[in-house]
Design a protein around this ligand. Structure first.
Ligand code: SF4
Length: 346
């Protein structure tokens, strides 16, 4: 036990047994539940980070049909990968998954590592993902702590502190590591996260339905609302982008976004900083909408330019009606809708 930590301790055996029993009777049916293939679990874990499980279901199934193995993914073009990911957001995840698959094929003879330490060597695989894959598919006794698990653990053991600091994360991880069930580590980790998703929810947790209720320090002390501790909230950045939809009736010009930025690797309409639309395009302003990324409140001002002249290495002309197959982000689909005269949907 870490002597500097301030959390309360827990009856470990009782917590494990109750949580696993609850999980066996209450876990949701999910397409990846029960998967033992490290590649499949990897895909599901990356998709589920920052995206709701209900959204991920269909994407996951399509993905595994199209890229059933790490070798199939490594051999795919970036365009195909991004097209299949389109709409899931946080496109960097797709690119690093693709890059990591190429790494596995090129450097590891196509075999995904079977230990936490080995998995951590893969590009884009962090502590959580490595812990999840190693515990679920290889029964390694390591924790996998996502936001749901942080919430449950901080309430159970009154773990306090600044959640943006390493000290807090380390303490949560230490509690989780001591708690993982050595016999069923993968199920235990999933159970903790599932409890956070279904019972120990951010607001109004269903403590009466919780298998850990009488072990839970926050419930006992009636301080649930103070856990998990919150970070000082930073306001989203407010920004405006000019988007230019160039095309005649049939075709439009799209470009591949560079870098690791918000939409890096996806097809986008040419965009410019606020007020910096190039003057050589006789563009007409057609409307604006707001799109909220995780930390940016972006206003897209959309301009249409009736022209068939545009060239550049990173761009191509595409048929308007083929746009949906291209793998564009939700923000860019809304740009297209605005330019077409429709109101941008979600
Ligand atoms: Fe969460 Fe309530 Fe269960 Fe405590 S008793 S772990 S606060 S659901």
């Amino acid at each position: 036990m870490n002597h500097t930590s301030s959390h309360t301790t827990l009856d470990t055996n009782s917590a494990r047994q109750r949580l696993l029993r609850w999980y066996d009777g209450n876990a949701r049916e999910l397409p990846w539940r029960g998967a033992t293939d490290p590649y499949a679990v990897w895909v599901s874990e990356i998709m589920c980070q920052q995206t709701r499980v209900d959204t991920v279901r269909a994407y996951y199934t399509r993905w595994l049909q199209r890229f059933p193995t790490v070798a199939a993914l490594a051999a795919a073009s970036e365009d195909d990968v991004m097209a299949l990911w389109a709409g899931l957001g946080y496109y960097r995840r797709a690119r690093s998954l693709h890059r990591a698959a190429a790494f596995v094929v090129a450097e590891l003879e196509g075999r995904i590592p079977t230990t936490y330490a080995g998995l951590r060597e893969l590009p884009g695989v962090g502590d959580y993902t490595a812990g999840a894959i190693a515990s679920i598919t290889c029964s390694e006794v390591v924790p996998a702590v996502d936001g749901n698990a942080v919430r449950v653990l901080s309430r159970l053991c009154l773990i306090d502190g600044d959640p943006t600091r390493a000290a807090f994360r380390n303490e949560v991880r230490a509690v989780a590591a001591a708690l993982v069930d050595p016999g069923r580590p993968g199920d235990f980790n999933q159970a903790l996260m599932e409890l956070g998703a279904l019972v120990c929810t951010p607001r109004s947790p269903s403590c009466d339905a919780c298998p850990l209720q009488d072990l839970c320090a926050a419930h006992r002390a009636d301080t649930i609302a103070s856990y998990p501790p919150r970070a000082a909230r930073s306001e989203p950045r407010v920004q405006t982008t000019e988007a230019l939809v160039i095309g005649d009736g049939e075709r439009v010009w799209v470009e591949k976004a560079e870098g690791d930025g918000l939409l890096g690797g996806t097809w986008v309409f040419p965009t410019f900083p606020e007020g910096a639309l190039p003057e050589d395009f006789p563009a007409q302003y057609v409307g604006a909408f707001e799109h909220v990324f995780s930390h940016i409140r972006m206003t897209y001002r959309v301009h249409a330019c009736d022209s068939a002249e545009r060239a550049g290495e990173r761009g191509q002309w595409v048929e308007r009606r083929a746009l949906p197959e291209l793998g564009m982000s939700t923000a860019m689909r809304r740009v297209a809708e605005t330019a077409a005269g429709g109101s941008p949907g979600e």
